[in-house]
Design a protein around this ligand. Structure first.
Ligand SMILES: [Zn+2]
Length: 284
C-alpha cells in the first residue's frame, strides 16, 4: 500500500466551492490554490466545512501554510489532502485600487492559462490536468436556474443519511451541534464561447464558487429578499464580473467522475486596463 507523503507547504488560496455532502464529515468544501514552491495549481480536498466556519477560516487570496499530501485515491494530479487541524494563515494579497498584479503573478502562470475549454480538455486527455483558467471570448447569458423540489428532497434525504453515518454528530471543539446545510435554491450558470474554431456552441457551465452562494444567503437573510430577488442579486454580481470593463477569466475544474466535464470554480475579474485600440487619426 502506498503511503501518503506529508509535506509542509505554502499555498495562496484563490477559491472555495459550494459545500458538498460527505459520509465522514457531513459537509466538505473543495479549496483551490497555488503552491508557492512549484507555482502549480492545487486542489485541497476534503476540508470539513466546520474548519472554514470559525477563526481558522482563510480568505481568498490569503497565504496559508499546511501539511499536504497528494491524494492517492484521486487520479487528478492537483488533488491533495490537507491536515486541516494544522493550517496556519498568513498574509492577504490585496488589490491596489483595482490592480490585481500582485495576485496575477501567482495565478496567471503560463501553465495555468488555456486558450479555450477545448484546449483544457485536450490537456486533460493527455495528462489528467483538472484545473485551469480560460478567458471567454464572449459571455452570452447569465442565468439563475431554480433547483426542483424533487432535487431538494433527494438532497435532504442524502443529507440525513450522511448525518446518521457521522461519527461525531457534534462539533468536537465546541460541543455544539453543527449548523445544518441547506439545499441550494438555485444553480447559477454562465453561457460563453471561447476563441477557438472548435468552439461551435455556447458552453453552459454552472458556477460552484461558494462566494456566490454566500451572497445569495446574505441577500435572503440580511436584506430579507425573496428567493427570486436574491437570485437576481447574484446574477447582477456575475454580470458585473463579466462586464466589458473587466478582464474576465474563469477558473475551471473538472468533475471527479466525469473528467472531461468542467465547471466554474472561481472568477478572475480585474478591471480592464487597456482600452480597445483607438482609431488612428489619418495623417494630413
Ligand atoms: Zn469552447
Amino acid at each position: 500500500m502506498s503511503r501518503l507523503q506529508w509535506q509542509r507547504r505554502r499555498i495562496l488560496i484563490w477559491g472555495k466551492t459550494r459545500p458538498e455532502l460527505s459520509q465522514t464529515y457531513r459537509e466538505i468544501v473543495c479549496t483551490g490554490g497555488v503552491f508557492a514552491d512549484t507555482r502549480r495549481l492545487v486542489r485541497l480536498y476534503p476540508i470539513p466545512l466546520r474548519y472554514l466556519d470559525d477563526e481558522k477560516d482563510f480568505k481568498k487570496y490569503q497565504w496559508i501554510e499546511a501539511e499536504v499530501a497528494r491524494n492517492l485515491s484521486d487520479p487528478r494530479p492537483e488533488s491533495h489532502k490537507v491536515r486541516f487541524e494544522g493550517i496556519k494563515t498568513g498574509a492577504f494579497v490585496p488589490t491596489k485600487t483595482g490592480n490585481w498584479d500582485a495576485r496575477a503573478e501567482w495565478i496567471m502562470g503560463p501553465d495555468h492559462v488555456f486558450s479555450s475549454v477545448e484546449a483544457l480538455q485536450d490537456r486533460q486527455a493527455q495528462d489528467s490536468t483538472s484545473l485551469g483558467l480560460v478567458q471567454p471570448a464572449r459571455v452570452s447569458d447569465i442565468r439563475a436556474v431554480q433547483v426542483s423540489k424533487q432535487e431538494k428532497l433527494e438532497f435532504m434525504k442524502r443529507y440525513e443519511e450522511a448525518v446518521k453515518q457521522m461519527e461525531l454528530p457534534l462539533d468536537p471543539e465546541t460541543g455544539k451541534e453543527i449548523k445544518p446545510l441547506r439545499a441550494a435554491d438555485f444553480r447559477f450558470k454562465i453561457h460563453f464561447r471561447c476563441a477557438d474554431p472548435r468552439c461551435q456552441r455556447d458552453h453552459q457551465f454552472s458556477v460552484l464558487d461558494w462566494e456566490m452562494d454566500a451572497l445569495y444567503f446574505k441577500l435572503r437573510t440580511q436584506q430579507e429578499r425573496s428567493p427570486q430577488l436574491a437570485a437576481q442579486g447574484v446574477v447582477d454580481k456575475l454580470r458585473e464580473c463579466c462586464s466589458p470593463e473587466k478582464e474576465l477569466s474563469l477558473f475551471l475544474g473538472n468533475i471527479f467522475t466525469h473528467p472531461q466535464k468542467f465547471t466554474i470554480v472561481g472568477l478572475w475579474y480585474p478591471k480592464r486596463r487597456s482600452q480597445k485600440p483607438q482609431l488612428e487619426l489619418p495623417l494630413e
